[in-house]
Design a protein around this ligand. Structure first.
Ligand SMILES: Nc1nc2c(ncn2[C@@H]2O[C@H](COP(=O)(O)OP(=O)(O)O)[C@@H](O)[C@H]2O)c(=O)[nH]1
Ligand SMILES: [Mg+2]
Length: 286
């Protein structure tokens, strides 16, 4: 996997390590592909909602000039950084590089957020509060009480909700919105769960992250969010990303079942094998 050092560090207005805000050092990672019309407003609104957090944009050579706009903001706003990669390589790869940069620069909390206005900056403080209350992974959830998707058609809502129910049942993770890309990870959890080994892209990357977190015994909390339609431009998610997610969930779920069945056959009197056959993640919060 290419590390962040191969991506071009375009903005070094200040050393990230010199940041001395009180409390945990928090980095919001925003992957972008053609978000020139959205990114400036997102960066400004995130800063207004959460003044102490740093922001890292991971841009994949957007032809619409997204990176130039980020540079323009970074010259005016401290704590804004940009990693530029040459070619579009998917959301999962962008987060892997962004997280590697964040961990190397000693952030304690790393947050994923879309740069298109779907994830509201005003919901960010509640994710940060959940982390301050002890969560290892706080997921901004559309499918817990208080969560909303006001503008989605019935069919899209059913596809997303059904996909989530399938993933939760197959993997036994008990998360209502495992495909959500608005979430905060504690740095220690990312290291423990070997985030660099996450392979999927798109929705599959999010499900894989939630599954691995639960598998390491992380305390996972879902925080209700309101998911808006993107403000400008078009979605880059395709049918193939949905198909990839379903295929991977099925593969992981079957492999997990086979492993647990083998463990029960090998050690039929070991109670822990039976406990593990139920829902994973006993330390999960709600
Ligand atoms: N760096 C990078 N960002 C991407 C890529 N694909 C999507 N994104 C960004 O990921 C976020 C979510 O993508 P989006 O197309 O809005 O997906 P949707 O919300 O599921 O429709 C946005 O900020 C996109 O600009 C990619 O290949 N590379
Ligand atoms: Mg979007």
């Amino acid at each position: 996997m290419p590390g962040w050092k191969e991506a071009q560090m375009a903005v070094e207005m200040q050393s990230p390590a010199e940041h001395t805000a009180a409390g945990p050092r928090t980095l919001v990672v925003l992957p972008t592909y053609n978000e020139a019309d959205n990114i400036v407003s997102i960066l400004e609104r995130v800063r207004a909602q959460a003044p102490a957090v740093h922001l890292l944009v991971v841009d994949d050579g957007s032809p619409d000039g997204t990176a130039q706009r980020v540079r323009w903001v970074a010259q005016r706003m401290p704590g804004v950084f940009l990693l530029e990669r040459k070619t579009k390589d998917g959301l999962g790869a962008a987060y892997r590089v962004g997280f590697a940069w964040g961990l190397d620069n000693h952030y304690d909390v790393l947050i994923e957020m879309d740069a298109d206005g779907s994830h509201r900056p005003q919901d960010l403080p509640r994710l940060i509060e959940a982390m301050a209350s002890g969560a290892d992974l706080a997921i901004g959830s559309r499918y817990v009480p208080g969560g909303e998707i006001p503008n989605w058609k019935f069919s899209r809502r059913m596809l997303s909700k059904g996909g989530n129910q399938y993933a939760s049942a197959m993997l036994g993770i008990g998360v209502h919105d495992a495909t959500s890309g608005f979430r905060a990870y504690r740095a220690g959890l990312l290291r423990r769960m070997d985030f660099a080994g996450l392979r999927a892209s798109g929705y599959g990357f999010q499900i894989e992250g939630a599954w691995k977190a639960v598998g390491t015994g992380a305390r996972v909390v879902e925080v209700p969010i309101r998911f808006e339609d993107r403000e400008h431009g078009e979605s880059k998610m395709s049918k193939s990303i949905v198909v990839e997610a379903l295929r991977l969930v099925t593969k992981w779920g079957l492999a997990q079942r086979a492993t647990r069945a083998r463990a029960r056959l090998a050690h039929p009197f070991d109670g822990s094998n039976w406990a593990h056959a139920g829902l994973a993640g006993s330390k999960r919060g709600h």
